[in-house]
Design a protein around this ligand. Sequence first.
Ligand code: ATP
Ligand code: MG
Length: 246
Amino acid sequence: MDDEGVISPARVRSHTSGQRFTILVANAKGGCGKTTLATNLASLYARRGSPVSLLDLDPQQSADTWLNLRRQSGLTGIESLRLPLSGELRRADLADKLRRGGPRVIIDSPAGLDARTLEPLLQVSQVVLVPVLPSPLDIRSATRFLQTLMLTRSYQQHPRRLAVVANRTRQRTVMFSQLKRFLQSLKIPYLASLHDTQLLAQAAGEGKGLFELDQGRAHAHLDDWQPIIEWLEVQRQLIRSMSADR
Ligand SMILES: Nc1ncnc2c1ncn2[C@@H]1O[C@H](COP(=O)(O)OP(=O)(O)OP(=O)(O)O)[C@@H](O)[C@H]1O
Ligand SMILES: [Mg+2]
């Protein structure tokens, strides 16, 4: 953690957009785990001392509520950026918010994202994580969402690094087998399966990430998250080395 868990604003703000790594968490389907993924990733970065900002676009402001609870629990290390969506999302507004962010920004997006809103979001993001639940309706809507995303002008011009995460999985269930078959059939990486656990809701209620609960309780889930963190780090390094070559 940076000096006693507090990220210096000067350090956070000194990063230019060229160096910033922006992770968009998105899926048009409600309740699939976007906020859970965004907040837990942010807390994982905060725990290891990597400056991170969380941009909440959802009018419900769930991620921001979590950040408020977090402050009440005395936890720091995540900078809050807010831009509750209402009407058209302008790239200039988004870029302006991101300029206030640190070297890593995680964007939590609301349900119901359409192609028009996705365009500016994809323009500013380096990677996109799509959580999907193991149910036939969720698989259908994920298919539609991924098609919409891949057909946007922004994606066609610069294919974003896109990956899918299975969420709330229960081993040895028919639904999980179906979801795994679907995810493996996609030509995009399927990074991880996050198990269904009440610990996530418990942690969220305290403004914590899963790994900020007592070690014993959360330890069994660490392996679930590791491939996501590793994949993100590889993407970040790739992007940095590509921009250094230019
Ligand atoms: N792996 C999991 N195990 C157990 N509960 C989970 C898991 N992932 C998410 N949940 C729970 O599912 C509910 C919905 O999750 P979350 O709020 O992250 O979804 P969302 O996609 O952000 O929803 P919305 O579209 O409304 O913003 C929450 O109560 C959350 O605690
Ligand atoms: Mg949400």
